[in-house]
Design a protein around this ligand. Structure first.
Ligand code: ZN
Length: 697
């Protein structure tokens, strides 16, 4: 039986994606976990502080789990079914348990410490040093270094935090669900686009108004984003916008769904946890595994804030003027519930870009050819079809080989381009199938080559008509391919830090966002954007509008992100959860400097700020801006070299490949950046790209 289970194959060149069925998952994962459990025990028993007796066996164990569990997770994302979902849910707790056990292994931790303290330490290369340091840090942060009562206390805090985060999300969800607004008079929802009306009627029907239609109602508005946003952007009825906005703003802030006290408890426990681990505050714990430091983040946020403020003030003036010119009575008294509405009207007037009408210029095969040509120009690699070489999970999936300039394969990737709503998750992503690794090399080769998959959800081709993309979808493909390039073009042979592995997560969006920049590069875009029937190039006037629309209200959007990041930082650094100031006082103080229109006194957005209280972004929200700074500055190296200078672009591209794309997590991200850019990152290019530099006098 076990021999027939593809999840238990001893070895393969590429995962047998075509053979795994839901019924393989339970026995396969259980058997695998038992085997790995045994290997872990062996390792702990025989562990020695050497590469061969610690790191290599550890890499084999974690890799096996990553590869096999990765297959299962991947199939769940692209070929989901009730059976598969049930099987995954059932084995997931065992998998998590094993990983916790692995992460908290004291013998492994002690052995890594012994390497760190040995006389051999100085002779290790950077990548190996980083692996050892990272393993020690991870163990320390998961409480392994603590003794007795302290460790017990730590585990208690972790469990308590887990519960509180869970409760926080549930409250947000329940509070969001609780609000619904029934509308029977069509006049009250004038302005709403057809899709939003359709959704509102569908919601009404599901709430007992069986005969609801998009055309004649009744309609039900909720606080879910797809219902809430169109109201804010398009409903002409100001009173409706106000009612919905106010409801949204105070979600989970009163009654039995009140998150206020939960937030206070979370902040207290995080502080306590930080102190147990020997840190001053929770932000320092978060930064211990990131590229940034508290000081650098505060400095950056202030710099961006100061640069964005005047532009955001001007955005507000523009809105007022526009509303006034449109004859609106509320022009002199714009409130929070008017901003989205009027900025949408202004956007329509100024840019008049209809995403749907651009689709014929972006045929998927042409876009991919353009993207591969760009990778060739910048990095000297070629992407060649290799269909048939590896088993795939669906006949639409394409397989590619990436070759270097000497025509040798360096990596492979799968591309699953089209939407399949019944079995495939929405969105676009890139993920690791294999990472490059010396330890996992087979067939007499020096390393195992990296393999990635890229998944998108494009409209499938119909007859002769290719899949046609929106401009945003084009950007997304460039973005994901940037991640894939960092994974695939790595030269790092140590599996733990090869490709995207071991890269601090506030630095991991550098290559992906970097690639997006090329979508706005005229020659690159116009070489891709050809009408699929006529071959006509995208008119220059539309290209100019795309570029201009990119920075629409950039100051306002920048301040909004800075408000979130700054509140997050303050609450996790200087804020004293037992002191006299409330979390709302902190938020108001931050808002004074980051919001042109002061928030309403009853603003309780913190009660639904799931990123930092129920997600992984605590003392990490800044990373959105941090990564934008890195990617914009990296792109500016190409601008400095001259975007029209082929030779200079090629040289800069090769340097980018040899540093950012090659070194993986084997060097600190700051060193990698400096190796590419010749200096530390500067926020100037981001401000310039966003049109946020001060206007020259
Ligand atoms: Zn990304």
């Amino acid at each position: 039986m076990a021999d027939d289970n593809p999840l238990l194959l001893a070895d393969f060149d590429f995962p047998p994606f075509d053979r795994v069925e839901p019924f393989h998952v339970r026995p396969g994962m259980r058997d695998l976990l038992t085997r790995l459990e045994g290997e872990l025990e062996e390792l702990e028993k025989g562990v020695e502080p050497t590469w061969g007796k610690l790191v290599e066996p550890l890499e084999r164990i974690t890799d096996r789990l990553d590869v096999i569990w990765g297959m299962v997770q991947h199939l769940k994302a692209v070929k989901d079914s009730d059976d598969l979902r049930a099987a995954v849910e059932e084995v997931q707790p065992d998998k998590v348990k094993f990983q916790l056990r692995l992460g908290q292994s004291k013998p492994i931790y002690e052995a890594f410490k012994a390497i760190r303290n040995s006389s051999d330490w100085e002779s290790l290369n950077d990548a190996r040093k980083r692996i050892v340091q990272e393993q020690i840090k991870e163990a320390v942060l998961s409480g392994v270094a603590l003794e007795n009562e302290q460790r017990e206390k730590f585990n208690q805090i972790e469990q308590e935090l887990e519960k509180l985060s869970q409760k926080f999300s549930e409250n947000v969800l329940d509070a969001t669900k609780k609000f619904e607004k029934l509308i029977t008079d069509k006049k009250e929802i004038e302005g709403l686009p057809a899709t939003a009306l359709g959704l509102a009627a569908q919601t009404a029907a599901s709430k007992g108004h069986e005969n609801a239609t998009a055309e004649n109602g009744p309609w039900v508005i909720t606080l879910d984003a797809p219902s809430f946003m169109p109201v804010m952007q398009h409903a002409r009825n100001r009173a409706l916008r106000e009612e919905v906005y106010r409801a949204y703003l105070v979600r989970a802030s009163s009654g039995e769904l009140d998150n206020t006290n939960i937030i206070n408890q979370i902040l207290k426990l995080r502080l306590e946890k930080a102190k147990l681990l020997g840190y001053k505050n929770y932000a320092e714990v978060s930064m211990a595994q990131k590229m940034a430091t508290v000081e650098r983040v505060e400095e950056l946020l202030e710099k961006l804030r100061a640069a964005s403020w005047d532009h955001a003030v001007k955005d507000m003036e523009d809105l007022k003027t526009f509303a006034k010119d449109s004859g609106s009575p509320e022009a002199n008294d714009l409130a929070h519930w008017d901003l989205n509405f009027w900025s949408e009207r202004l956007r329509e007037t100024k840019y008049d870009i209809n995403e749907e009408e651009l689709r014929p210029y972006f045929a998927l095969p042409k876009v991919m050819d353009g993207l591969f040509a760009l990778a060739n120009k910048l990095f000297g690699v070629s992407v060649e079809p290799a269909d048939g070489l590896a088993p795939v999970w669906h006949s639409d999936v394409k397989f590619y080989c990436v070759k270097d300039s000497s025509n040798s394969p360096v990596a492979y990737f799968y591309f699953d381009p089209y939407s399949r709503p019944s079995e495939k998750r929405g969105g676009a992503w890139m993920n690791v199938v294999f990472s490059r690794s010396r330890v996992l090399a087979r067939n007499g080769l020096p390393v195992r080559l990296p393999v990635a998959h890229m998944v998108c959800n494009q409209t499938p081709p119909v007859g002769d008509k290719p899949s046609l993309m929106t401009f945003r979808e084009v950007e997304t493909v460039f973005h994901e391919f940037g991640h894939a390039l960092q994974h695939m073009l790595t030269k790092q042979d140590e599996g733990f830090v090869a490709g995207i592995r071991g890269v601090e997560w506030d630095a991991v969006e550098l290559p992906s966002q970097f690639m997006e920049n090329w979508c706005y590069h005229k020659d690159t875009l116009l070489s891709i954007a050809k009408h699929y029937e006529t071959g006509e190039t995208l008119p220059e006037e539309i290209y100019n509008k795309l570029v201009a629309a990119k920075n629409f209200r950039a100051g306002t959007f920048s301040l909004r992100q800075i408000r979130f990041a700054s509140v997050d930082m303050e609450l996790h650094t200087t804020y004293d959860p037992s002191g006299s100031e409330s979390i709302y006082d902190v938020d108001r103080r931050v808002a004074e400097k980051t919001q042109v229109l002061a928030p309403l006194p009853e603003d309780r957005f913190l009660c639904s700020f799931s990123h930092i209280f129920a997600g992984g972004y605590a003392a990490g929200y800044y990373s959105y801006k941090w990564a934008e700074v890195l990617s914009a500055d990296a792109f500016s190296a190409f601008e400095d070299a001259g975007l029209d200078n082929e030779k200079a672009i090629e040289e800069t591209g090769r340097r980018f490949r040899d540093t950012v794309l090659a070194l993986g997590g084997g060097k600190s991200p700051l060193e990698v950046f400096v190796a590419f850019r010749g200096r530390e990152p500067s926020p100037e290019p981001l401000l310039r790209h966003n049109g946020l530099l001060p206007v020259a006098a």
